[in-house]
Structure formats: structure tokens, C-alpha cells
Ligand binder design. Structure first.
Ligand SMILES: NC(=O)c1ccc[n+]([C@@H]2O[C@H](COP(=O)([O-])OP(=O)(O)OC[C@H]3O[C@@H](n4cnc5c(N)ncnc54)[C@H](OP(=O)(O)O)[C@@H]3O)[C@@H](O)[C@H]2O)c1
Length: 236
């Protein structure tokens, strides 16, 4: 990969599965160079294989700020620029309020909120110097319409929604853009690790590709009037 390559660069977290893998494929098809981040090498390899181009694969635990700093450093070193950040990596588990341990609270907050915040913070000077950059935060309907058993998850995703508003409030130029997507059920491993077909039937779910289509619309500018808003996306 060469930094002389003029194609835009997309950094996709949690790119080894589900929504992230689909976003990475759509972005590559639209002409982006791709940097994929996750903790599991084999998953990133599989997305790389599906994309079929030479993605940059970065093994990192985004709940750790030092890993977030390394991710941004490595992408800028190899690619020379970042045009799109898709904050998609996420952690969810179901636990009643009284069963929600401090460890669970910290894992949810560190993965779903601290990680995206660190990545945005690390990229901010790059975005402001170039006067351009698009952040897409993959949030959840749980942030605005919480359901039982997701105290930590809903709190962390509410915080994520706030990041989009802060970017819009602080950006020096309109070329820096931010979108927050509040997803309802999407047919992925994360959903099925918690809800079987009896609780959430497949026909009630979005497909990852439909989410990726909407992410691409945001990046292309079709929803610029909804920046900073918590945009609900669900099966109609
Ligand atoms: N599926 C739904 O119904 C639904 C609904 C609302 C919102 N969402 C949101 O959509 C996003 C994508 O989820 P998904 O449904 O596509 O589930 P998924 O397939 O389980 O994807 C989650 C991805 O995040 C990565 N990840 C998790 N913790 C990480 C960490 N600490 N550091 C780096 N990567 C990490 C995972 O890879 P590794 O484990 O290999 O690191 C995995 O690739 C999440 O933010 C989720 O909260 C999903």
C-alpha cells in the first residue's frame, strides 16, 4: 500500500463480522482503502478475503486507550490519511440491574464509549488540518428506547450518541461530519447470542447489508441534514 494512493481511506472498527464486515465491503466497493480493526485475526482475515483488496488489518482491543492510539498511528503511517471512521465495534450482554457487575459496566463503557471517544480524539487534529472527515457511530435504539436487561449497554450507547452532537458543536468547518445510527435488531452473531428466533424473529431484523447501505448514504451526503441526530434505523 502506498501513501501516494489518492483513494479515500475508511477505518472500520469491529470489521471482522456483522455490520462492520458489511460496511467494510460496501466502502471497498465504493473505492475506499480499508483499515479493519478487531481483536480476532481470523475474523479480519475473512473480511479481507471477502473484500478481495489489500486491507490493512489491525489487531487491537479498542476498550484500551493505548490500543486506540496505536490504531490511529498505524493507519496514518501506512495510509497517510483517514477520511471515514466507522465506530462499529461493540459489546452487549444481557443482565438485570442487580446482576450488572462493575466489570460488566466497565467493559460496556470502555468498548462502546471510551474506544470511540479515543479514536475521535486521536483523529481530531488530522480532520481539522484537512478540513474533512466523516464519523459514523453505530449506536442502538437502546439509547433512546431502553429495554430490560441492558443497563450498561444502553448507558454506553447514550454516551456514544452524545459524541456525534459534540463533533457538530465543535467542528471548525462543515467538512467534518458526524452521524449516529440507532439500530434496532440486526441479524448478526451479537443479536443471536442473546435472542433466539422466538424472541426476535428473523423477519423483524435488518440485514447487515441494509445497515451498510444506510452508512454509505450518510458518507455520500444524502443525510447531511441529520448530522448529530440519533437516526433510528429499523425493519419497516
Ligand atoms: N445486531 C443488533 O441487533 C444490533 C442492534 C443495535 C446496535 N448494534 C450495534 O452494531 C454494532 C455491530 O454489532 P454486530 O451486531 O455486527 O455484532 P458482531 O458481529 O458481534 O460485531 C461486533 C464486532 O465488534 C468487535 N469488537 C468487540 N469488542 C471489541 C473490542 N474491545 N475491540 C475491538 N473490537 C471489538 C468484534 O470483534 P472481536 O470480538 O474479534 O474483537 C466484532 O467484530 C455494535 O456496536 C452493536 O452494539 C447491533
Amino acid at each position: 500500500m502506498s501513501t501516494k494512493d489518492e483513494r479515500p481511506v475508511a477505518l472500520v472498527t469491529g470489521g471482522g463480522s456483522g455490520v462492520g464486515a458489511s460496511c467494510a465491503q460496501h466502502l471497498a466497493k465504493a473505492g475506499h482503502r480499508i483499515a479493519l480493526v478487531g481483536r480476532t485475526r481470523t475474523r479480519l482475515d475473512e473480511t479481507d478475503r471477502l473484500i478481495g483488496t489489500d486491507s490493512q488489518l489491525i489487531i487491537a482491543d479498542l476498550s484500551r486507550p493505548e490500543d486506540c492510539r496505536r490504531v490511529v498511528r498505524e493507519v496514518l503511517e501506512v495510509q497517510g490519511r483517514v477520511d471515514v471512521l466507522v465506530n462499529n465495534a461493540g459489546f452487549a450482554t444481557q443482565a438485570g440491574i442487580s446482576e450488572t457487575s462493575e466489570e460488566l459496566m466497565r467493559t460496556a463503557l470502555d468498548t462502546n464509549l471510551l474506544g470511540p471517544m479515543c479514536l475521535i480524539s486521536e483523529l481530531w487534529n488530522h480532520f481539522t488540518e484537512r478540513g474533512t472527515g466523516c464519523v459514523v457511530n453505530i449506536s442502538s435504539l437502546a439509547s433512546s428506547d431502553p429495554f430490560p436487561g441492558f443497563l450498561a449497554y444502553a448507558a454506553s450507547k447514550s454516551g456514544l450518541d452524545s459524541l456525534g452532537r459534540s463533533i457538530i458543536a465543535e467542528r471548525p468547518v462543515p467538512g467534518i461530519r458526524a452521524f449516529t445510527i440507532n439500530l434496532a435488531a440486526v441479524e448478526t452473531d451479537m443479536l443471536r447470542s442473546m435472542f433466539d428466533h422466538g424472541v426476535v424473529p428473523p423477519e423483524a431484523c435488518l440485514q447487515p447489508g441494509e445497515v451498510a447501505d444506510f452508512v454509505m448514504e450518510c458518507i455520500r451526503g444524502a443525510h447531511d441534514d441529520r448530522q448529530g441526530e440519533s437516526i433510528v434505523l429499523m425493519r419497516s
